[in-house]
Design a binder for this molecule. Structure first.
Ligand code: M6R
Length: 369
């Protein structure tokens, strides 16, 4: 059932173009209008929402951070992201105008389920983004937007992550459409960009050997850092989490802007640092800022491994290794930049002889608080 792959994880990494395509399927008509009929929350309620809180754990919580950037930009609705277990036990401010979005691959994560119950008790509407039909979290929520990644067997989440990100973009675009704000043209462009994603993810997978070779050459490292800005920040944290989970290597993801506030003290000769670089054609000076972060760590001896957009020549001179991904709009980049980090962690752990499908101490769904 592994279809010839050495692990479920590798199989699932390769199923990502399909997971994203299936999650998009049937949710966008030919005129660039989104239809999320299944949502079942009254449109007037969705129009009156004045705050969104995303609750989730682990990898699903990183989806929440990507969703925050996208939803706030497209919908101008204040959006918070909180780990379910923190949300539940801190007396959060939630009311009838709050939309709580619970993201869970399994739909059985106890921390998230308890947070869902708490939010509903306070009068909030809860929308679940979930990959498992009929599981507890969607059953206990007001509405559900299913991801169609198919069953995810490996403990480490990969294809569900990309499908969840896709679903949260759909939610953001849908709310923006519903509320008729000024971003309607951008929404059309984004929908076109989204439709092209499965092909672009496949293009990243087609070049996986480069990142696998790198992983093999780094099998004896004992610490890896990951840097990103904007939506690249949660991608950096996801890259670090994958490496911890699978290869049992100390890894940390930082917001690149935070470097000078402390983490740069960790950099010494030979320290591997992955940097997720935004598109040079994106907004503001995001790209220039990240390039200068690469220079800062390099000047202190870091071995820099850069994930950048195809054609970005500016990063080459500061990078030990560059891995290029196809161009897309800034907010959608996580669907591409995460993939090499997944491949890296999986290949490095396999090279160390570890069981990537069943890492030590972990369970696929955490059904205890
Ligand atoms: O099923 P859920 O999405 O609620 O699971 C949340 C986390 O337990 C999960 O994402 C975990 O962090 C994975 N092991 C990540 O690879």
């Amino acid at each position: 059932e592994k279809d010839g792959y050495p692990s479920f994880m590798e199989k699932e990494i390769h199923e990502q173009p399909r997971a994203v395509a299936d999650t998009l399927l049937g949710r966008n008509d030919s005129h660039g209008k989104l239809t999320l009929d299944e949502l079942r929350i009254d449109e007037s309620i969705l129009r009156s929402v004045d705050k969104i809180i995303v609750i989730a754990c682990g990898t699903s919580a990183y989806v929440g951070q990507v969703a925050k950037y996208a939803i706030e930009h497209w919908c101008r609705i204040p959006t918070e992201v909180e780990l379910s277990h923190e949300f539940r036990y801190r007396d959060p401010i939630v009311n009838e105008k709050t939309l709580v979005v619970a993201i869970s691959q399994s739909g059985e994560t106890m921390d998230t389920l308890m947070a869902v119950r708490h939010a509903r008790e306070q009068g909030a509407k809860v929308l679940a983004i979930c990959n498992t039909n009929g599981s507890t979290i969607p059953r206990e929520s007001d509405a559900v937007l299913y991801t169609h990644a198919g069953p995810e067997i490996a403990v480490a989440s990969t294809k569900a992550f990309l499908a969840q990100i896709t679903a949260s973009y759909l939610l953001g675009l849908y709310l923006a459409q519903l509320r008729g704000n000024k971003f309607q043209d951008e929404i059309k462009t984004i929908l076109t960009d989204l439709a092209a994603m499965p092909e672009k993810i496949q293009a990243v997978l087609d070049h996986e050997q480069q990142i696998k070779d790198l992983a093999v050459s780094m099998k004896d490292v004992n610490s890896v850092l990951f840097l990103g800005r904007h939506v690249g920040f949660p991608v950096a944290m996801e890259g670090a989490l994958k490496l911890k989970e699978l290869a049992y290597i100390h890894a940390e993801g930082f917001a690149a802007g935070e470097l000078k506030h402390g983490p740069i003290a960790l950099i010494e000769e030979g320290q591997p640092v992955f940097v997720v670089v935004p598109s040079p054609n994106g907004r503001d000076s995001l790209h220039a800022k990240v390039v200068s972060n690469i220079q800062e760590v390099r000047a202190r001896g870091a071995k820099t491994i850069v994930i950048a957009e195809a054609g970005d020549e500016a990063v080459r001179q500061y990078a030990e290794h560059v891995f290029y991904v196809p161009a897309t709009s800034t907010l959608l980049a996580p669907l591409l930049t995460t993939v090499p980090l997944q491949i890296f962690a999986c290949a490095l752990a396999s090279e160390k002889g570890y069981d990537v499908d069943q890492p030590r101490n972990l369970a696929k769904s955490v059904t205890v608080e």
